[in-house]
Design a protein around this ligand. Structure first.
Ligand SMILES: Cc1cc2nc3c(=O)[nH]c(=O)nc-3n(C[C@H](O)[C@H](O)[C@H](O)COP(=O)(O)OP(=O)(O)OC[C@H]3O[C@@H](n4cnc5c(N)ncnc54)[C@H](O)[C@@H]3O)c2cc1C
Length: 420
């Protein structure tokens, strides 16, 4: 038995990626005794596009990481390519979010955020996996009392007690599933694959998205491609697709990645035969598709809760935001010794993302229709104003008082579907 055997924490956090580390930071700031465990040693790689949009930048800034910004590669917006047209769309001005983003390797980013949590007073143990929840009753439906942890190097196990648990164990969420969480399979999920290439324009000030990709024979490929410049000599190149797309189940993502690399615009000067690493893929559980999000004394956050944005596949910002909200709600529950306060988390999720994610799922369903995608991108690319609105909707950057995303998205999709 290791030293924590008898120790009891206010809060145990399973996973110290963006969601877990943000939760650890905010809970420690509120004075909670926090233990976060991550089965990997940091710095560790995480399959990702490494793209941080304005929502993520705000969260990083709120966690006091502005000091790092000057060393990260900054971008001013999104360059969209489709049907031979190129549009450069700056991030909009917004009262809450900055008008810039960054591209930062997750290996570096996640380590920095975990260190912030550490400096706020959280204990973080790496190379330690939470393997089994501990319950206060045999029926396994009541409160959690903690978890069995296993040291990945030694195989040693121990029990750690905690009054509250936050589950932040990512897209596969084994710990979450042990608590009974499930993804709603009727809703779309995403899949994406990426690698890195050397590029002479690695410091380009735009992140780029390609909406119509073809293979070397000129056949349309399902999915959308990206090139995100890192400013360190490399670009992150990847392709993502939704479960609503044709071929989703049968598509070979390695082949897709290979074809996309060969289709990259000459602008990037990439040699598609020389990736920095073998392309790696991952799942994107989206639009709040995992339920339940809360138990009597536990909450789930980030990918474990399925909070990736269905419009664009971003999940880092939502991981930070949900981690922060969950930590604050648990801090209030501790302060008032009142478990019922945890019900605020579901309310917060509904108010913050409910409508947006529902429209996102409708959008995901609609763009599974190749004809509609063609019409949308073809017509959309003719209008800079439309694409600026699309960017604001897709990156969740509408200003307060603007039309609700549902109304806008419906109006836009309906109008475009009729035009051709
Ligand atoms: C190919 C690809 C590209 C993407 N590109 C972008 C992008 O450009 N921008 C963006 O915003 N999002 C992107 N995403 C989504 C983004 O990566 C995720 O939404 C984000 O990482 C979610 O953070 P998280 O903390 O919830 O989960 P994770 O980042 O997966 O972190 C979970 C952590 O939990 C740990 N863990 C798991 N199980 C246990 C356990 N039992 N005990 C202890 N530790 C455990 C893991 O080691 C890991 O460190 C992309 C995803 C993919 C697959």
């Amino acid at each position: 038995m290791a030293s924590d055997a008898e120790k009891s924490y206010d809060l145990l956090i399973v996973g110290a990626g963006p969601a877990g580390a943000a939760a650890a930071y905010w809970a420690a700031k509120r004075g909670l005794e926090v233990l976060a465990v991550d089965k990997q040693h940091f710095p560790r790689d995480k399959t990702c596009g490494d793209g941080l949009t304005p929502r993520a930048v705000k969260e990083l800034s709120d966690m006091g990481l502005e000091g790092e910004f000057t060393s990260w590669h900054r971008h001013q917006g999104l360059r969209v390519r489709a049907h031979g047209t190129v549009l450069e769309l700056p991030w909009p001005s917004h009262p809450t979010y900055p008008d810039y983003g960054f591209v930062v390797r997750r290996r570096d980013l996640d380590k920095l955020v975990a260190e912030r949590a550490l400096s706020a007073g959280a204990v973080i143990r790496h190379g330690v996996e939470a393997v089994t929840p501990l319950w206060d009753d045999a029926s396994k439906s009541g409160e959690l009392t903690g978890a069995v942890l296993r040291n990945k190097a030694t195989g040693e196990t121990e029990q750690v007690k905690a009054r509250f648990v936050i589950v932040a164990d990512g897209a596969n969420s084994r710990f979450g599933r042990a608590l009974g969480t499930k993804r709603d399979r009727s809703l779309a999920q995403g899949m994406a694959i990426r690698t890195y290439y050397a590029s002479p324009v690695h410091d380009d000030p735009w992140i780029e998205s390609a909406l119509d990709i073809t293979d070397r024979q000129g056949n349309t490929l399902p999915g959308y491609g990206w090139v995100f410049p890192l400013g360190d000599g490399k670009v992150n190149v990847g392709i993502g697709l939704l479960s609503t797309f044709r071929d989703y189940k049968s598509v070979n993502t390695s082949w897709l990645m290979e074809e996309w690399a060969h289709a990259l615009p000459d602008f990037w000067g990439v040699d598609p035969t020389r990736p920095e690493i073998t392309p790696v893929g991952g799942r994107l559980p989206m639009g709040g598709s995992v339920q339940p999000k809360a138990g009597p004394n536990w909450l789930i956050v980030g990918d474990a809760a399925g909070t990736v944005n269905p419009f664009n596949g971003e999940g880092i910002d939502y991981a930070y935001e949900t981690g922060r909200a969950a930590a604050n709600i648990i801090a209030s529950a501790v302060a008032h010794s009142d478990l019922s306060i945890l019900s605020e988390y579901s309310r917060w999720l509904e108010t913050t993302y409910g409508l947006y994610f529902r429209v996102g799922h409708l959008f995901a369903k609609a763009i599974g229709n190749p004809d509609l995608i063609r019409r949308l991108t073809n017509s959309g690319m003719q209008s800079r104003t439309f694409m600026e609105w699309a960017l604001r909707i897709m990156a969740n950057l509408l200003r307060p008082g603007e039309l609700k995303p549902a109304e806008l998205a419906y109006a836009a999709m309906k109008g475009l579907a009729k035009t051709r």
